[in-house]
Design a protein around this ligand. Sequence first.
Ligand SMILES: Cc1cc2nc3c(=O)[nH]c(=O)nc-3n(C[C@H](O)[C@H](O)[C@H](O)COP(=O)(O)OP(=O)(O)OC[C@H]3O[C@@H](n4cnc5c(N)ncnc54)[C@H](O)[C@@H]3O)c2cc1C
Length: 435
Amino acid sequence: MKVAVIGGGPAGCTAAYKLCKAGHEVHLFEAQDHVGGRTSQVQKEGFNLGSGALFLMGGIYPRTNAVIKELGKYDELVGWDAKTHIIDADGKRYTVDFDQVLSFLKMPVFNWGDRIRIAWGVLKQLLSKGAGDCFDGEKLAKFDDESDTLEAWSERVLGKKGTNYITYPYMGFLYAVPLHWLSMSMFKTIIQQFYKLALAVPPKGMGQISDWLVEGSTGLSLHLSSPVEAIARQGQGYRVTANGQSVDVDKIVVSCEPGVAAKLLRGLIPAESETKLKECLYSEYAHVQVCYKKNPWPDSPVSVALPATKLRDWGACVLQSRRHPDAVPPGGEAVGVYFYTPPLSNMSDDEIRAEAVSAVTEVFGKAPDPDFVELFRYRRGLSIASPGHYRTLNSLHAEMPEGICLAGDYFAHAGVEAAVLSGERAANTLMGKPS
Ligand SMILES: Cc1cc2nc3c(=O)[nH]c(=O)nc-3n(C[C@H](O)[C@H](O)[C@H](O)COP(=O)(O)OP(=O)(O)OC[C@H]3O[C@@H](n4cnc5c(N)ncnc54)[C@H](O)[C@@H]3O)c2cc1C
């Protein structure tokens, strides 16, 4: 079978890897001059900056772990302890471990009544039925109650304080949008799997996952700087055109963002499916890497700071050298300041950069002027799972024409695990294998 994979982020690279492994002829088309999509690394003045994704989340990333193990790279992953300060509205700080949810309960803001309420809420959750997989949109759809938002659910089950000091810091870091924009389905599932959380990063950063997948794809034809312009029917199969050149294939995985997929598939899929792809929600997103060739805080007791209660303009500050040492040149440091979405629409690039520099010194202490400040700003940054999202998006799979499968994190919500799972599923469907 000859297959075109359109889009070389983690979803497309996984699909290409699985198809090559099964002996199929695969052409992977990527618009950029490198694979990795929103996990790509950017090299500048000795720094290896992540343009997007920061970490893998241990046992709640089972498909990603399995693929990395298959590639023989699992032992290379670098663990990250993510010691964290939760910063109160009045500047008070509490130390927690980001990947150990129970450590949040030790914060003195909680009295015994709060702790019992939260523990009881969590216990009830553990004993109730759930999706069982935080990144499987098909499973999450079954627990996505369209009348409930994460904010309403969290206040009801964890209480106001639990919401302010646990749900806000977590989801402010992971998704950076107001809690009432989100379905509660994923957070409930994280609670059920909290004991599996652990953070890790490939030694060269998250972009290395796609590089590993491509290296492991024997026989792959990789077309970089090749944005696909058109897909048309050709005999029993399809003709894919990029850079004015066409390749005829039997089947296709479309693994680019849903708006682009909608354009490429116009006329091949029902108008209703095109609308679902076009209307898939994304948040505006920005993060800034504030870079120092000489580390101003080599002894910082924590590597992450998250605001509690009401989010500030930023949702997280992260010391990159602690996340994976290769991120910075020897003796250097970079701080990633990850912005909360709502204020961005009124902020210029310069305002975002200036606010990032002032957040860094507020959080980690005095520092000389940074050597440089790099802004990554996305008009469509993270796919957002609002109530009802999972059901709407996952109904698309059944609406695709013979020989075309969609892949991408947006079937669940942003996350490398969602992308890998969707890429693997698309490859299996094209090969007629059960997922
Ligand atoms: C700031 C930020 C922080 C994040 N943090 C994390 C994290 O810590 N952990 C985590 O797991 N996830 C994180 N994510 C999410 C993660 O990056 C995504 O879930 C993942 O990259 C999605 O993979 P994908 O393959 O579905 O899409 P993408 O990575 O977006 O890849 C799509 C690819 O398609 C290509 N493309 C588009 N149009 C065409 C065309 N016409 N022809 C050919 N190619 C095309 C694009 O260039 C791109 O390479 C983060 C994302 C951002 C932005």
